[in-house]
Write a protein that binds this ligand. Structure first.
Ligand SMILES: Cc1ncc(COP(=O)(O)O)c(C=O)c1O
Length: 476
């Protein structure tokens, strides 16, 4: 592997003598990035990968602690998924689903429908945001097709996140991200989620009190507006981007029951939480909930191809059927909808899950993380640790405001460290240690590739601990 890296490096140097980092600064606009800060930084240019490491042009290795934005499953060495992708490219590089069918998209749809109990049909798109747009359009048109023309309203949870397109920003509004686009957003109604209470760092309500309050508020809205509400949208199992909040037991199940009671379609977003992130293959089944529409992306394809799916029940699908064309069909599709290479990646990925008993491995590794959380919680500037499966969030607060045990002093989030926004500081400290971590504001997140070994997980956890120690020292 080392030789391969050298070769890659040589090829890049031969083809382009310019410094890649500077070329990047000159030409590339990075996502969710203050480019002025970026341009002042010594940025890493990744040129290869091996095992669970990303390797830069100078041959420095970084253990991936965020699964390449939460999608990587097997890491970066060659494996059967990559081989199947190469074979599929040779066999059929692309064939549209507009007017034609292709074999990998059929096989994958069958496989997913068998896993996702209660679901009947698979609609393909390219990424999580488009999958959620598809879900919303389906839900709205479902009622139109059934001639319930008043049912058009959208309800979703506070602090949810469903993507960056206009409708997904509207459904999952996170103010710190989307405030500049407020004037573009479509109307949605928001109800409190457990995170609404957790965001108040001084909230001392018990988990069951929080659940009760959330459900009562949601039911009250449903009671008043159910004739007009088309759909209720939420992440399944946990909210991540809006602040790492793991749902209390039965919360999702009870919301699902409320949707049934008031005849409102339930759309679940499993893009970040499905296929193992929280220790379950299909999170909504583990939560005993019954969605009408559910979306997957990220881990579905192992992190190798931009593809996502929106699944619908037979009841939803049937509402789009008509003996002749009367506008009941679903008007949505992308150039790469049902891309055979993407579908092949997903198929082989899911086969590998079974062969390598990945869910069992995740559950074991989750137990290991759980054991280590105690030491991570033992800093007076760590407020709360959130952990489930291979998702870990460490919430940082300003230490002077929270001497342990003095509950009357108001807690405040830790936003800056050594003159840097805290997320920049964490990333810089982790890269220095050969690890790539990316925090969500004041919450350090560890979201590793799902197939990571215990040994590598230990390195990630040790690095988190070391960074916390460094923060502690910087406070003294
Ligand atoms: C829950 C959830 N939904 C949707 C998305 C959007 O996915 P994508 O970035 O692939 O558009 C994300 C991305 O992080 C997500 O976490």
């Amino acid at each position: 592997m080392k030789d391969n890296n050298k070769n890659t490096k040589n090829i890049i140097n031969l083809e382009n003598n310019k410094d890649l980092s500077n070329q990047d600064k000159k030409y590339v606009w990075h996502p969710y990035t203050q480019m002025q800060l970026w341009n002042a930084q010594n940025n890493k240019v990744i040129t290869s990968g091996s095992d669970f490491y990303l390797i830069d042009e100078k041959n420095n290795r970084y253990l991936d602690g965020i699964a390449n934005m939460w999608c990587s499953v097997w890491g970066y060495s060659s494996n059967p998924v990559i081989k199947s992708i190469c074979d599929q490219y040779k066999q059929l590089p692309h064939s549209t689903l507009f007017g034609l069918a292709n074999k990998p998209s059929i096989q994958l749809a069958e496989k997913i429908v068998k896993l996702a109990k209660g679901m009947s049909k698979v609609f393909y798109s390219d990424n999580g945001s488009t999958a959620m747009e598809v879900a919303l359009k389906m839900a709205i048109q479902y009622w139109k097709n059934k001639r319930f023309t008043k049912k058009t309203k959208i309800v979703s949870l506070e602090n949810g996140y469903h993507g960056d397109t206009i409708a997904t920003m509207s459904m999952g509004y996170v103010d710190s991200y989307f405030n500049p686009y407020k004037s573009l957003l479509i109307n949605t109604m928001k109800v409190s989620a457990p995170s609404s209470f957790e965001k108040n760092l001084d909230c001392f309500m018990s988990e069951s009190e929080i659940v009760e309050k959330c459900l009562a508020e949601t039911e009250s809205l449903f009671q008043k507006e159910s004739q007009k509400i088309a759909v209720f949208v939420m992440e399944s199992g946990a909210q991540i981007a809006g602040g790492v909040s793991i749902y209390p037991k039965k919360y999702q199940k009870k919301l699902s029951e409320l949707c049934k009671k008031y005849d409102i379609l339930l759309v679940l977003d499993e893009i970040a939480t499905g296929f193992g992130r929280l220790g379950n293959m299909v999170e909504y089944l583990a939560q005993n909930s019954e969605p009408d529409i559910v979306c997957y992306g990220k881990a579905l394809n192992g992190g190798y191809f931009p593809i996502a799916v929106t699944l619908a029940t037979k009841e939803v699908f049937d509402a789009f059927l008509a003996p002749f064309d009367d506008n009941k069909q679903f008007f949505h599709g992308h150039t790469y909808t049902g891309h055979p290479v993407g579908c092949t990646a997903c198929l082989t990925n899911l086969e590998l899950y079974e062969k390598r008993k990945l869910i069992q491995q995740i559950q074991k590794n989750s137990e290991y993380i759980n054991k280590r959380t105690r030491e991570l919680a033992d800093f007076n500037f760590v407020n709360r640790i959130r952990h489930k499966g291979l998702l870990l969030g460490i919430e940082l607060i300003r230490p002077n405001n929270n001497p342990k045990g003095e509950s009357k002093i108001k807690k405040k989030p830790l936003l800056f460290l050594k003159g840097l926004p805290v997320n920049h500081y964490i990333m810089k400290e982790s890269l220095k240690r050969g690890v790539f971590l990316r925090s969500l504001g004041n919450i350090i997140t560890m979201i590793p590739p799902l197939a990571i070994s215990k040994e590598k997980l230990e390195i990630l956890l040790n690095t988190n601990y070391e960074i916390l120690k460094t923060i502690e020292k910087s406070q003294n």
